[in-house]
Design a protein around this ligand. Structure first.
Ligand code: PHE
Length: 350
């Protein structure tokens, strides 16, 4: 390596060692400053003979340009590094996850109602919706439960303004008023058919919804759900009730060996009447009888209040508790959890 190449090498090495722009300026002075090594070489040119001057001058110039280029590179590198350091120092961490909006889901009782509707829908039942503020006529009287009937005492409820003296308004104590409401509509729609002696399309409906009673503990809430079922035609029997309800329960609980028991009972609007109990054969509740519905053959007086001739039309009705079904399906032991609105409980059903 000749002396000039060595000089350039040494400049590069010193520039590389400079960690700050100030260091670099000091290093630059060593080579390009007034008393720098390149400057000294230039000055020494004057003492050379003319014929050597040109070649030597060109070589020194080349070395000078190489040193200047090395200086520029290093300056740029230091500036880049400084910028990077600054960017790093001022960086904003935008990777922190934002506040999430929770995923909603249907309430467990709504899930049950949807399930009930889809199972009965597959059996050809319509779904009807009725008012929660009901008249005394539909809630009691039309259902063969006249004023002062002792059965009314089990349905203590909240009376609300409106209605008449003869038929005050109240919060419905069961979904059974929908039996009358729906049947009356159905009969009205098919009146001319019935009058002509033709066969009326059967009434086959379920009516889910909220109901109210003055009742409150771990298994009773002043507001609860019921789902009414009604099937009326010319040839509908208790056998059909047993078949339909058994099929429903087995489908609902996805359990083909579920056993049902129809226990004799009393309701003013059905005769005969039965309470329906179910028994699981497996699982934590195996062997226990659990009441899930009231039911019976529609009473002739009720058939009459539907606008039909009880000599010709017959049918069955049932009223079940979707809250109860939800507790059994998911193994919930306190009804109140459904209505507390605690998302930790509700989120489990998403
Ligand atoms: N409505 C009754 C109750 O709430 C249940 C029922 C419905 C019974 C239909 C018979 C027929 O207790």
């Amino acid at each position: 390596m000749n002396e000039l190449d060595a000089l350039v090498e040494s400049a590069r090495a010193q520039f590389a060692q400079a960690a700050t722009p100030a260091d670099l300026e000091n290093a630059k002075a060593l080579f390009l400053g007034k008393a720098g090594r390149i400057t000294e070489l230039m000055k020494s040119l004057g003492a050379l003979p003319v014929d050597e001057k040109k070649a030597r001058g060109a070589a020194i110039n080349q070395a000078k340009q190489a040193v200047e280029a090395a200086l520029t590179d290093r300056r740029q590198a230091l500036a880049d590094a400084e910028l990077q350091a600054q960017l790093r120092a001022e960086a904003l961490d935008v990777t922190l996850s934002g506040r999430q909006r929770g995923h909603g889901g249907l309430h467990p009782v709504s899930l049950t109602l949807e399930r009930i509707e889809s199972i009965f829908g597959s059996m050809g039942f319509e779904v009807a919706d009725g008012p929660e503020i009901e008249s005394d006529w539909f809630n009691f009287t039309a259902l063969n439960t006249p004023e002062d009937h002792p059965a009314r005492s089990m349905h203590d409820t909240f009376y609300v303004e409106g209605g008449s003296d003869k038929a005050p308004n109240l919060l419905r104590t069961h979904t059974s008023p929908m039996q009358i409401r729906h049947a009356v509509q159905h009969v009205k729609r098919h009146r001319s058919m019935i009058d002509a002696g033709l066969q009326m399309p059967e009434i086959r409906v379920i009516a889910p919804g909220r109901t109210y009673r003055v009742d409150s503990d771990a298994t009773h809430s002043p507001m609860f759900h019921q789902c009414e079922g009604l099937w009326v035609g010319e040839n509908v029997s208790f056998k059909d009730l047993k078949y339909v309800f058994t099929d429903f329960c087995r489908t609902f609980f996805e359990s083909d060996d579920l056993v049902l028991r129809f226990r004799p009972s009393f309701f003013p609007f059905t005769e005969p009447s039965a309470e329906i109990d179910i028994q699981f054969q497996q699982g934590p509740l195996a062997g226990r009888w659990l009441e899930v519905a009231g039911s019976g053959q529609v009473h002739p007086n009720v058939v009459r209040n539907m606008g039909l001739d009880p000599e010709r039309y017959i049918g069955f009705a049932f009223g079940m508790g979707p809250d109860r079904l939800t507790m059994l399906r998911y193994g919930v032991n306190d009804l109140r959890l459904f209505f507390d609105g605690d998302v930790r409980f509700l989120a489990q059903f998403r």
